[in-house]
Design a protein. Sequence first.
Length: 728
Amino acid sequence: MTMEIQVVVLRPKPGSLHHHHEFRPRLYDILLIDTPLPTDKTKTLKQLPTLKVPSNQEPSSAILSHVYQITGGSNGGVKGQRVLYVPPPTMNSRGSVTITESTVLQSQYGLYFMPVDSKYKLNSIIGNTSPTPAGFYALDFVLDSCNTSNYAQVSKLMLQRLESWLKDKLSSPHCFNVMFATSAQDRLKRTVNNPAFEPVEMPYGAHHPKYGKDAFIKMRAVEKCDIVIQNQAFRDRMRSRPQNERRVPPAIPSTSHDVTQMPKSHNSFRSNSSWKEEFPLHYCSYMGDTKGVRDILASGISASQKDRDTWAPIHYAAWQGHLDVIKVLLVEGHCSPNITNSNLSTPLHFASINGRPYVVELLLNHQDIDINARDVENKTALMACENVERSEHKACSKLLRQSEREHRSRPAPKIEIRLLDNTVRQLHLVSGHNTTVLQLHEQMLQVLEIPDSCKHMFALWLCSKNLHLQLKMEHKPMEHIKDWREKVVRVFSDFNPAEEEPVLYWRRDATLSIVEERKVKNKTALHLLYYEAYHNYIESLYPCADQDAIILGAILMQIRFGDFDSKKAKEIDKILPDLIPVGKRKSRSVNYSARITSQYKDFSAYMMRKKRTTEVLQHKFLTLCWNLTVYGSAYFHGHVKMKERKSLVPVHIAVNDLGIHVIHTEKKYMLNSFSYKDMEWSGKTEDHTLVLQLKQQPKGGMLLRTKQSGLISHLMSKLSQLNPSSNP
């Protein structure tokens, strides 16, 4: 008699096992295999690795062997640390057994948990040629999407069982670190002071003094301990670390730029081994270990990571003059050449301070370099070395002066900023790739002739097909454009980064209150606000009643054609998509053409004795939009679970100074709207959830799933203070 077993192979992402006390799915990857459908071999379902074992046999060795084989075997197969049984949930909240279809089904399968080291990466050749290719997938994405038809039914239930079990395990301190620890057998083999497991024969006897010393050094290197307390009965009086193995701590520059004195080392480097283990990329960069830097970058460690002293790896490489390491960090690690430490010193500052002309030349040739970057003492890299009477510093000074002259002589590059009236403005990147949002904002105010009284109403946004983010004044748009697909889109959405082309827009500031907006009188500001409101209205981002759509459609007819004319009114069927929201175009209950024509005629007659300029009509349109619940919202993407459907439904999450509003993405109607004064909320970034709870109804509220939960919660905290009527 055999039992079918499903296996959860969980791989932590680099650095994910340190000091977290709750289950964070985003920190792990899970192994899934693609199995063809019996009815259609061209289609596949994702499921957990599955095997059958005799019911009277302990399955651990069979599971370890099976996973090793399906992931490549001797060609890089995954080796697990251990196998743990995951029991099915059998008790309900009252302590009694609840029998459901899922519990019966789960009892027929065994679920086992197999933690593996983060170093394992599947061999792509094996994966592509296997009839059931395996791959690691982000656990948070899998848990969010497992209710779709892309997953096998049994694996769906097992994933739910896994999630519940992992959350429960976290009640034990450091449980995850223990689960992912090296197996006891491997640790025993690596106990190098045990002669039974010494891998090679020593050239001298086991009782020779040097044997104990070498074994002790090796043990400390393998076990990576900071302190060893020796048993006095077997104490070795010799040094445990040879002189030539001692690491010299890196020299840290003082705040002064007097490089004639050797900078003092920083206190944090006195715990040498812990710094080396915690920041291996920094250590390899400091030592000039190019291969080590490449290997660590390939493991997923960011080249922009900063250590306890806010130094990035490139700071160490620039200080030491390691050209090849700097090239790898810039090209393969995509590190910014202008990354700063807490003193605002860039790698160019470091190279000039320490007299590294070849490093200075390399950095100056980078397209993104900012030669005018200033540190906390308001000094540029040139100022840091120009008064030092040493040949290497003079060479640095010469290179920097020449680069400054070339920089001043060439015209500043330009960048396109789009407006929602379909026009474009070309602005100067006055500081090259380091131009800030503030610098572009000031230019745009001048170009559009917007007065200071209205400058707070608009902001620079970076937008792609499915993700829109407002930039802060200190942000550098060129850096965000460069990082958009790989860093921003992947972090804040589940959309395909290849389809998200970033574009800069000049739009309404998300923190502007409607009360403030109603006071605007400037013609240009009203023009821009009108076109943004029109765009959101047509895209059904302003859910409204049919009568509202009819009135707004009539105003749009007046703007386009002027006073009512029966001949002009006949054009309404052709341009109806430009008059009513996309969500109302398929409605058969309302004859929008006839209703808008009638309203257009009445509105035109009403305006006959009034001023009918475009500005006045646009203001009329805005006035109606200001009364819509969702007007002025910033929009985010998310999912919500509907009662009538088990799967998640995509929604737009709109946030303004009144509250938060949830719009069905596909059907374009309002699912729910919550006022700040009636609710409480909490955003959990690690779980990608936003919980909305009604104060007067304990069972009321909504759970939203979105990778933008942190952004939404932060914006809600700001906006809830703007409108007195919406404050709790």
